[in-house]
Each structure stands twice: as C-alpha cells, then as structure tokens.
Design a protein around this ligand. Structure first.
Ligand code: F6R
Length: 617
C-alpha cells in the first residue's frame, strides 16, 4: 500500500521517479508527488488522482535535479487531495519526506508541534513526521550534515508509534537520501554511480537487478556511490545481503493485453506449471517440497494444520482445508489472518501453521505469522514474493512462483496457491492414508490442469457475451458446494472488487436459510455445479432459484447438458477429478468479473478504494 521511489545519481531524477511510480501504481493511486533537490532548494510537485496528472504537472515545469524522492498514495489519514499527497515538507521547507504506513500517535505529536508554533498544511500523519524530523535537525548540534540528518531521522522515528517505510532528503544535505523501514517494505537498488530506493523492485528493475531488501528497523543512508545500512534498534545489527532479482522489466509489463488482470488470467496455464515444476515425484507418487525445512518424521507427526490469509489468499486456504482433510485426513482449520491474533486458537504440540500471501507483506498475515511464532508454533509461508517479509520471517515454506501480479484483483496467484495446497495434501496424504495409485492419479490429473485451463480461456468470447447480458445487475449471488464453496466466495469477491456490483458467495444449501429472499428477476445467481457427488443437490438449488424467476448462470462440466434446460447461461469446464475442480471453475468466474467490469466502464486494474499489498491494519 502506497509506493515510494527515490533516486540519487547522475541522471535526471524526475523521469526515473515518474516511471518508477507508474510501476508501483498498483500499490495506491489516489494521489502522487515528487520532490527534487535542485541548487540547494527542494521543489515539490503533488497531484490528486492518477500519476498521469502528476506527470503533466511535472513535464510542464520540466524541473532539473539528480536527486529526488516520490510517492504514490493510498489514503489513510486525510482525503486524496493535492495537499495531502506526499512528499511533505517540514516547517523550514528544507526537509522533505515520503512515508508508507500509519503513525498512530500522530495527533499527540502534532499537538505538541503546534504548541511550539508549527503550521501544518495537510491532514496527514506524514507531515507530522516531516516536521518532527525537521525540528530535531534544526536543533541538533551534530556538525556533519549527513550525520545530522541520519540522527534526526533516527530520533524522530524513535518517537513514532506505528509502521513506516520512509525516504527523506534535506536541502542542506545535498547528495544524500535516508530511508528506513518498520512494517512497510523498502528495497535499495544498487547501480553504477547511482542508487535507488523503492517499495518494490518492480519500480527499479529496469535500471538494476542488484538489490538489498531492508529488514524492519534498518536505516539506510544513500549517496550516489555508497550505501550504509544501520539499525534503528541499538540491540540489533543490520544484516545486509545483496540479492539478484530474478525477473525482468518485461515480466511486469502488460504486453499485448489491455489489462494486467486479463494478462494474468491468461498466464494461469504457465503459472500452474511453474508452481508444479520439479515438485512431483512419480516414483514415490508424492510431492517434493524441500522448502518446508522439515524432515519426513516431523511432517508425519503433524496432527493439526492451521491456514491463515486474507481475501483471495484466504479463499485459497479454504480450498486447502478441503484438500488436506480429504487427502491427508489431518484436522485443518482456516482463520482470517486479521482475526487469528485476536483469537486464542488452541493448538497441539504438533500443530503446523501456514500463512498464505501473494505479496508476503500483508500486515494482518504477517501479524498472524508473528503470533503463531510467539506461541511456539512452526509457521510456514505460501508466498509469491520471494523477497517479502513473510518469506523471510517464516520457518520455511513454498514459493508459488507465479511471477509478478500487478492487477489489483488476484487471479493467477489464487490458482497457484491452490496448486501448492494440492501438493501439500499429496505429500501429507502419502504419509498417511493415500495409496500410491491414488497419488499417481492425482499427479496425472494435476499435470493435465494447465491444458484444461487453456480450453476454458478459449471460451472468453462466450463469457464476454454472458457478462454483457448481466453487466447492469444490481447484485449477484455465487453458490457452490463442498470444495467449490470457496470458489463461490472468490467469484463474488472478484465481481465486487472490480465491477462494484454487490456480490456474495454461499454454500448452495444455505440459499433456503435466508439468501433466497433476495432472489428476483434482476438478480442473477451464478452456480458452480460441476459433475460431482453434489451435482444433484446443486440442481435442486438451481430449481429453487428458477421457481422464483431468478436468472441463473451455471459453471458445469463438459457433456453435462442437463443444466441447459434449467439455467439461462452455461459455461463448461473440461472434466477433471472433482477435488481439483476449483483450479478450473474459478477461471470462468475471473473472466466473468473482468468482462462485467469492462462493460460497466470500470478501471479493472485499479479498482476504486483498493490497492495491492495491504500494509496497514
Ligand atoms: C483480492 C485481493 C485481496 C488479496 C488480499 C491478500 O483480489 O487481491 O483480497 O488477496 O489483500 O493479499 P496477499 O495475498 O498479498 O496477502
């Protein structure tokens, strides 16, 4: 949430900063700004709305400067206006600061600064931090300007309660950017005679692939030719490691697709292959997941599994619960990450916790991980972003290898997470009750999934037609049973977040316990009803909706024509093992929401009020 880009080097900073912000726009897009240090003076440009507005303002002024910091915002404190956009200045106008995160004690700090005569121009918590750091700088007796700036940032952050990723520069300290993090990611990019600072490597990968992922409490001092990492916490020493980014600039481009979301939907055959690659052992009919960092003996002793995550990751975890219970017979529980730490979930000595997160930075999921570890549980991550905080803090885990997901609505990471859950179930299953014949059958079926998704993608024109028919519905219900109940939840989430149609997902049988009261001719119901053990039950529920004149769209299995008679529209998926069907049934729902959003003129990749990577509670 919110994106920071900083640059110091030999090139003009503003085009690099604007390009970096464009690549981070998925993190927040309600306002943006940049500050450049030119001839000992800080020039600030801030604009509400998309980065394009900022680009126009900057290009009209054509400011020069080879050092700058910038920000794209997802508002927490204060509406998305020009005044509330970052960077913010201190009272002297010489210190400029951008910030991700939330300063919880900002009001008391602000009151104290106001009492001392400070005047504020925004409603943000960030401006308070800028004033605080600036005032500490002004009152400091440290003579070296660089040391003085570092010490001021350090002291200001020590007085802050909350989370932050910050970048700071000062007009009297040319050639220096100071960054620090606690709870919001920051990465340093190392170039030749130039350095970058960003919330995500996507912003800088076009310029360098050598990076340092900062840890919580790290403070970095950048000059054009040097970097120095120290710790805000005197009891720790900073652990600095230079890593090489394994994806390229093109991986985070749209290519020929109109939207990232569509590109990512179409990437699913490949992203699932990537999730499975090297992880299937046909000889033993099991999965190989070395990153779990656990011996076979330790894995065999696991008697309880807890999954937690948020949003789409939570829905993938729900599918995981069905899979583990069915294939491995291990009691499994799922919990919203945001609730996990406020519950006191009873655990056994051999409970294993998984946190599921695309970004690996979601603050609630990170908090669940830390809570589990505090209680002595072994906690593993199922994560996409290999450099993320969750990946680093967990005891091990499985990377989903889906590649960068830029569209705010998660798509390919859902199916990759489910693919990993299937591998876990296979691994645990083979340690308990699952026969090698059943294991091998699962492997065969899993390997066939990418091709089956390709077949579904070919039906995009039909799904688009259906979407146009229902694009102006005032609401939508999504219904599924068993392992497709989580898919109903996921389908409803996709519909809500990108088309703004109110939608909800339910177990089909719950219909008659209240939801049916909503059914009427202009409220379509989407039934996920593949040809499985509960197909007939779904048919009865569809009939109940039909009897009340509710339109029905069904997702079912090829060759299962019965639904054509009792529904308005049918989308077919290829036949597969029932337990793997979520990997297929979700794809038409992703396309349906995409085309509904398109027909309604919504901004698919940047839905209102949302941002990817939710680093505030
Ligand atoms: C929905 C969506 C969100 C995320 C959720 C968790 O399309 O993208 O619901 O799934 O914010 O994010 P991660 O997986 O990054 O922890």
């Amino acid at each position: 949430m919110c994106g920071i880009v900083g640059y110091i080097g030999k090139r003009q900073a503003s085009p690099l900063l604007l390009d970096g912000l464009r690549r981070l726009e998925y993190r927040g897009y309600d306002s943006a700004g940049i500050a450049l240090l030119t001839d000992g003076k800080i020039n600030v440009f801030r604009k509400a709305g998309r980065i394009e507005n900022l680009r126009k303002a900057v290009s009209e002024a054509n400011p020069l400067g080879d050092i700058g910091i910038s920000h794209t915002r997802w508002a927490t404190h204060g509406a998305p206006t020009d005044e509330n956009a970052h960077p913010h200045l201190d009272q002297s106008g010489k210190l400029s600061l951008v910030h991700n995160g939330v300063i919880e004690n900002y009001q008391s700090l602000k009151d104290a600064l106001k009492a001392a005569g400070h005047v504020f121009h925004s409603e943000t918590d960030t401006e308070v931090l800028a004033h605080l750091a600036g005032t500490i700088y002004d009152e400091s007796d440290v003579s070296d300007p660089k040391q003085r700036l570092v010490a001021s940032v350090q002291k200001a952050l020590a007085r802050v309660k909350g989370t932050f990723g910050v970048a700071v520069m000062h007009a009297d300290v040319p050639g220096v950017i100071v960054g620090a993090r606690l709870g919001s990611p920051l990465v340093v990019g190392l170039g030749k005679d130039e350095q970058f600072l960003a919330s995500d490597v996507a912003a800088i990968v076009a310029h360098t692939r050598d990076v340092i992922y900062l840890n919580d409490y790290d403070l970095v001092t950048l000059t054009r030719n040097s970097y120095e990492v120290s710790s805000l916490d005197t009891t720790r020493t900073a652990n600095v490691q230079v890593s090489r980014v394994d994806f390229t600039e093109e991986d985070s481009e749209k290519g020929a697709f109109e939207h990232f979301m569509l590109k990512e939907i179409y990437e699913q055959p490949q992203s699932i292959r990537n999730a499975l690659r090297g992880r299937l052992n046909r000889d033993e009919a099991t999965a190989i997941l070395g990153g779990l960092n656990m011996s076979s003996m330790e894995l065999r002793q696991i008697d309880r599994i807890i999954f937690s995550g948020c949003g789409t990751a939570y829905h993938a975890a729900m599918v995981g619960e069905y899979l583990i219970e069915a294939l491995a017979r291990i009691p499994t529980e799922i919990e919203f990450a945001s609730e996990f730490r406020y519950r006191n979930v009873p655990t056994t000595k051999s409970t294993l916790q998984f946190v599921v997160s695309q970004s690996g930075e979601t603050i609630d999921t990170l908090a669940a991980l830390r809570e589990a570890k505090r209680k002595g549980l072994r906690c593993l991550g199922i994560v996409n972003n290999v450099a993320s905080t969750i990946a680093r803090e967990s005891d091990g885990g499985v990377y989903i290898h889906a590649g960068p997901e830029i569209g705010v609505a998660a798509t390919k990471t859902f199916t990759s997470q489910v693919a990993i859950m299937t591998l876990l179930s296979l691994l645990f299953g083979r340690m308990h009750h699952l026969s090698s014949t059943d294991g091998l059958e699962l492997i065969d079926e899993l390997e066939a999934i990418p091709e089956k998704i390709e077949a579904i993608l070919k039906q995009a024109p039909l799904i688009k037609e259906i979407a146009q028919k229902y694009a102006h519905a005032e609401g939508m219900l999504f219904m599924g049973r068993q392992i497709n109940f989580p898919v109903a939840m996921e389908g409803a989430l996709k519909m809500k977040e990108i088309s703004y149609i109110y939608a909800s997902g339910h177990p089909s049988a719950e219909l008659k316990h209240g939801i049916i009261a909503l059914v009427k001719p202009d409220l379509p119901s989407v039934f996920i009803a593949p040809d499985d053990a509960v197909f007939d039950k779904n048919v009865s529920n569809i009939e109940e909706v039909r009897a009340r004149k509710g339109p029905v769209i069904a997702v079912t299995t090829e060759g299962c024509h019965e639904l054509e008679r009792i529904t308005d529209d049918v989308i077919y998926i290829p036949r597969c093992k029932s337990i793997l069907s979520p990997l297929l049934t979700v794809v038409p729902l992703q396309l349906l929401s995409y085309y509904v959003a398109l027909a309604r003129g919504c901004d698919v990749d940047k839905p209102r009020n949302l941002a990817k990577s939710v680093t505030v509670e």
